[in-house]
Design a protein around this ligand. Structure first.
Ligand code: CS2
Ligand code: MG
Length: 415
């Protein structure tokens, strides 16, 4: 006699995975979404979007994972995770971990629907009422940046990231052109000029003006975006210590986790990194040696809820808090899954939330509610997000690349 994942005893086998659909559309921007449907007709969604390399994940799912999922028990989330991670032989990396993440999140969505509970309840229930988020203020110069900061402050945000264009540099990171910041905007990579010295001279001055304008009652964040060497990052961190940033993000590329030790030795400005990292191994030293203060790994790029929860639990042991990435290129499905974890973990720090375009929200309905700078989850069973195929069909995939940065001598720099 078998027991179904709903606890009923049944003579026939439990529900099985019947369909795994890879949905590629571009409502406002490109998204890849996995929808898993069981023999009981229960469907779950997982975000599989890897900005600028979307079709690599779509193929990994369609051609390699979907055939393995059909017939599996959808309730066996951990076993499926281990099966897909270890069974690949070729481990880790953003494409693999984003594909596994999509399966994982879709199965958590299904488990919540079958149990009749929102996913956060399956993860241990609320540790906090809501999830504090930060938004993106930017400007082509200081006055426009301050005006943008005011606009977000008026919307009630408790935490604001500030980025301004460095005079004379086309390659300043994070300066919005339209309503939302969207860096993957061209059919081929836009090659943008970068000059570290100009940035190091200008950024501390505009951040000081923002802090003076804002006061200390609102958290102020800044994304260096992988642009500095460790000693340059140490210099930057020292130069903004009096501004009491909530964090400086991605001060230096994090493949070399050791590099953060040098930054740590020179400055008390808190450090956040991890949005481009996709497994616990990639942040293990950063966390266990307390080289960072916030870990930015996400449900969509770091193996889903199952793996991200492991990363967050490791971080909790070393007083490292969470600060997950949440740009527009993470779909509302990821927002819902992220909030489900953020709500429950003891070491929550902050959640990035740039929001989405109206077209995106036409396709993905039911994303978490934003109120007074906090995100609140849906109380619907599962993740509470639906995908409208009909509307999605109006927005075919539109290949776009992230920019490439080049120093003034023409050599490639980290964008
Ligand atoms: C950024 C992102 O939100 C962030 O912190 O680093 O804008 C990032 O550049 C994009 O998500 C890349 O697709
Ligand atoms: Mg970032």
């Amino acid at each position: 006699m078998l027991t179904s994942c709903r606890g009923e005893t049944r003579s026939d086998p439990v529900a099985t995975i019947e369909r795994a659909e890879v949905l590629v559309s571009s409502p406002g921007r490109n998204f890849v979404t996995l929808r898993i449907t069981t023999s009981d007709g229960v469907s779950g969604l997982g975000d599989a979007t890897l900005n600028g390399r979307e079709l690599a994940v779509a193929s990994y799912l369609q051609d390699h994972l979907a055939p393995l999922l059909i017939g599996r028990d959808p309730a066996r989330i951990e076993d499926t995770w281990q099966y897909l991670y270890r069974g690949a032989y070729w481990r880790r990396g953003p494409v693999t971990m984003t594909a596994i993440a999509a399966v994982d999140v879709a199965l958590w969505d299904i488990k919540g629907k079958v149990a009749g509970l929102p996913v956060y309840q399956l993860l241990g229930g609320r540790s906090r009422d809501g999830v504090m988020v930060y938004c993106h203020a930017s400007g082509t110069d200081v006055p426009s940046l301050l005006a943008d900061v005011d606009a977000y402050r008026e919307k009630g945000f408790l935490a604001i990231r500030a980025q301004a264009a460095v005079p004379g540099l086309s390659g300043s990171y994070g300066v919005r052109k339209g309503k939302l910041y969207e860096p993957a905007a061209t059919a081929l990579p836009d090659e943008q000029a970068w000059n570290t010295e100009a940035y190091l001279d200008f950024a501390p001055t505009y951040l000081a003006k923002v802090r003076e304008h804002l006061g200390f009652g609102v958290h102020l964040l800044h994304d260096v975006h992988h642009r500095l060497t460790p000693i340059e990052a140490a210099r930057f961190g020292k130069s903004v210590e009096d501004l009491r940033l909530f964090w400086m993000e991605d001060p230096t590329p994090a493949e070399n986790q050791d590099a953060f030790r040098l930054i740590r030795q020179h400055t008390t400005t808190p450090i956040a990194t991890g949005e481009v990292l996709s497994s616990i191994w990639d942040v293990q030293q950063l966390i266990t040696e307390q080289l960072i203060d916030y870990v930015r790994t996400t449900v969509v790029h770091a193996g889903g809820i199952t793996h991200l929860r492991r990363i967050f639990d490791l971080a909790a042991l070393y007083q490292v808090r969470t600060g997950s990435h949440g740009a527009t290129d993470l779909s509302p499905v990821s927002t819902a899954a992220a909030v489900s974890l953020d709500l429950t973990v003891p070491n929550f720090g902050i959640q990035e939330h740039m929001g989405h375009t109206p077209e995106t929200l036409e396709v993905f309905r039911g994303s978490p509610v934003l109120k007074d700078g906090m995100l609140y989850p849906s109380e619907e069973p599962g993740l509470g997000v639906t995908y409208d195929d009909e509307v999605a069909a109006r927005y075919p995939y539109d290949p776009k690349y992230l920019p490439v940065a080049r120093r003034l001598d023409g050599s490639v720099h980290d964008w």
